[in-house]
Design a protein around this ligand. Sequence first.
Ligand code: ASP
Length: 331
Amino acid sequence: MSTATPAGPATPADPDPASPPSPWTRKHLLGLEELSREEITAVLDTAESFSEVSNRSRKKVPALQGRIVFNLFFENSTRTRTSFSLAAKRLSADVQDFTASVSSISKGETFIDTARNIEAMGCDVMVVRHPTPGAPHLLSQHVQSSIINAGDGAHEHPTQGLLDLMTIRRAKGKIEGLTVALVGDIAHSRVARSNIWGLLKLGARVILCGPPTLVPRSLERLGCEVAHRLDDVLHRCDVINVLRIQFERQQRALFPSVAEYSHFYMMTQERVRKAKDDLLILAPGPINRGVELTPEVADGKHSAILDQVHNGLAVRMAVLYLLGGKAPEAE
Ligand code: ASP
């Protein structure tokens, strides 16, 4: 997908004394629901600056030199944990991974005691993923470190929401006025919730599309349109974000079969042909080829799936930096 970087306000790599100071003053990043439009824009603009750092021959900047970042993951992760680790390393922090399955949690230690012990080793930032909604919020009340929510149950996944926004803004040059459909398992998706808050605050129209059991009408109260037939709304979409069915969070069968789900909601080449010529297709990953989208669509020219992964690194550098780093120095 071609990219058009918007000319945002000054970034740390490009200081402009005439520009207003960054509106970011928070200690934690717990969700996009509580962020203002200005705060979200500040993260996206800062991420653009760190994206430029990734193109340099020397990709490391000293912003977090001497700081310690802990990854506390109580749920599986591929992209998010790796991306946070690499982001922290590029900012020159020391990074330590903590894996719940091989820790003293299995000997009965509580979540908060574990975090306090980690903090006693000198931790500055904790990146927390947990199956219970609100777990990072709870931790933020019991430790001194900055907390970044890396996914709490079906609640929020703010850095995924931010990297999706960055990918849309780069490809389309704006977010305001776009129509974005989130397709699939909205009810159990933390990615959906972070996208909804971020997109609405930046002025997009949001369509939530999927079977009634996964997309209840009550979601309209968030300010979104709800649709149960993808073919009815396809032609209006500038962006489609294809979400994975969260089988691990469903307590019972919520649709007759995967084959039937795919028949109504899978992004296929035929559906792409019926959509706008410049349709942008996102998927947070892991993708299930042949369930939520076909291999041709996943690898096709409308897909920005790998751009999302690339932008995720810049977004996570930006978030770590805004929670306590220093500006990248011009090379
Ligand atoms: N990787 C994303 C998450 O952790 C999306 C998914 O798992 O479907 O929520």
